[in-house]
Design a protein around this ligand. Structure first.
Ligand SMILES: [Zn+2]
Length: 300
């Protein structure tokens, strides 16, 4: 018995040492929760990802705190979406003294331009919400993989294997989304959300998304825009409008009242849900959004 116990203690001690010395994970910072999940899928066990803008939080109006400065200063790699989404990142990186690589995950994605809608804007504005098209996320995965391989060449085989498996899941997701929308005729494919976050999704799958607010939650919806949208909802007999997990629901609640249409629940445009919510990973988030959208299209 004593010998058996001694053996157990030795094994435990060795196991503990193995953990302590073998599992030094590389600290990586991702700018927002959806991107953090994508980075985790590529990095797997070799990295420890922390995100700046967490679940249910709005990256458009994010203000970094001292804890965020500390996270960035400890990071070996920082990953952002790009396309103008993280206007606050340059200053944050500077104040943290971060000197490592800054990976723009959307590099190579075809940017979607949109006429500025704030009433006094000129020319075009770039839409940052490229992740709402899963085929764009396949590009994100390539960029993240190359960055991790450069940073940690010993992990190359593992990163490439993780990326391959995740890409297969993204391709399957894309095919699934297409199949969900296939049964709706073109004239019924209209959805109202509060800010203009589904442009890439709509362009890829042939759904038209209308929103009283522009591409950033920072911009205010004008009374004129809201009135025009109410007219359109009535004219085109659109049956449902959506709230968003990270936006103020007041505007869309008012819109649903004015237009006399159903408030159809919540979409997840720019942030995951918390762990116990309906959109805790990117793959689950897209499925959730599409299921909600399909239910609303069924009422049109
Ligand atoms: Zn947004």
């Amino acid at each position: 018995m004593r010998r058996y116990l001694f053996g157990m203690v030795a094994v435990l001690a060795l196991g503990w040492q193995g953990l302590a010395f073998g599992a030094e994970k590389i600290p990586v910072v991702a700018s927002f929760s959806i991107l953090g999940d994508i980075v985790s899928n590529v990095g797997g066990e070799r990295i420890a990802v922390s995100t700046l803008v967490g679940p249910d939080q709005d990256a458009h109006v994010f203000e970094p705190r001292p804890a965020d400065v500390a996270k960035v200063s400890r990071a070996k790699l920082v990953v952002i979406n790009g396309l103008g989404f993280e206007g606050w990142m340059a200053r944050l990186a500077k104040s943290s003294g971060y000197k490592g690589p800054l990976v723009v995950a959307s590099t190579g994605v075809k940017p979607r331009q949109m006429a500025s809608e704030d009433g006094h804007g000129h020319g075009e504005q770039i839409d940052p919400h490229a992740w709402q098209d899963p085929t764009n996320v396949i590009e994100y995965v390539k960029n993240i993989t190359e960055a991790l391989v450069r940073l940690d060449p010993a992990g190359e085989a593992e990163y490439r294997n993780n990326a391959m498996k995740y890409t297969v899941q993204l391709q399957a997701l894309d095919a699934w989304v297409r199949a969900q929308y296939a049964r709706f005729p073109a004239e019924k494919r209209r959805i109202i959300t509060s800010h203009d976050a589904f442009g890439y999704h709509g362009a890829h799958y042939g759904i038209e998304f209308l929103a009283p607010q522009g591409m950033s939650t920072e911009s205010e919806a004008s009374a004129k825009d809201v009135a025009r949208l109410v007219q359109q909802i009535r004219r085109e007999k659109i049956k449902a409008v959506f709230m968003e997990n990270m936006s103020n629901p007041k505007l869309i609640q008012q819109l649903s009242k004015d237009a006399g249409v159903t408030l159809a629940g919540e979409l997840y445009p720019d942030a995951l849900s918390k762990e116990n919510g309906p959109a805790k990973t990117y793959l689950i988030l897209i499925r959730h959004n599409v299921e909600e959208i399909v239910a609303a299209l069924g009422r049109n």
